[in-house]
Design a protein around this ligand. Sequence first.
Ligand code: SF4
Length: 300
Amino acid sequence: MMDKPYNKAEADFFITVLKEEAREILWKVGSDADPRQLIDGILDELVSLAPGPEGEDDRNEEQVWTQVRERLLKAAYATRPYCIRCGTCCTEGSPTLVGEDMVLFARDIVKPEHVFTIRQGEIVYDNRTQQATTAAHESIKIREGLERKTCVFYEEGGKKCTIYEYRPQQCRRQECWNPETSTAGSERPLTRQDLFQSVEDLWSVMQRHEDKCSHAELSRCMARLGATHGRTVEEVLELLRYDRHVREFMADRLGLPFQTMELFFGRPLSETIEAYGLRVEEQPGGGFLLIPVEEDKEVR
Ligand code: SF4
């Protein structure tokens, strides 16, 4: 991109390059608007993004083009302000359910095998900040593929959401054409209490599990394990054993696959403990070995 001010030849070149960018961006967002009209509509803003005189602008060329593309993208989305079911959001992460989504369970559209619970205090990866963070509250989330972040309800081959008419609220509120809107909303996330409090037996098992195996308790045990140089490993193993036992017992009693227990009891502690730099190796007799991920040395 050239410095301001520029001559006619440079301006023509600038417009040609912008047109190519605009064409590609319009294609990506599924708009059939004319690239030249898109540029003309925001030309003053685009020109203002061009680099200033040497020494007076600390952006490099890549940063300038990033800003130009962002502006073009916003303008491109404004030409088609509605969902065209392109599936882009469905391949970049699955929705978290809110209170209004409870009806999806009652109608059997969402089943236990489609979701998992993130329990309060669990260390999770935040897509937005791209950093590990501690879950401030409990939430229930639609599952994603193992390799990619594609929602389980998205059918890649047919490029469609298989429950589109009944899709969760977060999907309905997501406006990709308006990047400034947030799907966070003020609505309280759906919790296990909303779903299961009325099922007395199950709810009391879930509460006992939470009392004994909360992420706060895991965090405390891990802090003690570090402070005692591994001497308190037995209390961590006891948590793992109890967590595993409850899941196996309830899966058997409810006649549901083991994986569905992730709705009732969250992700197994044998997996979430990896956030503390340990991996769990299961022993033939049902015991566990804790192995520091980096050093791969056993802690017994
Ligand atoms: S529920 Fe449907 S619309 Fe929502 S992310 Fe999954 S596939 Fe996409």
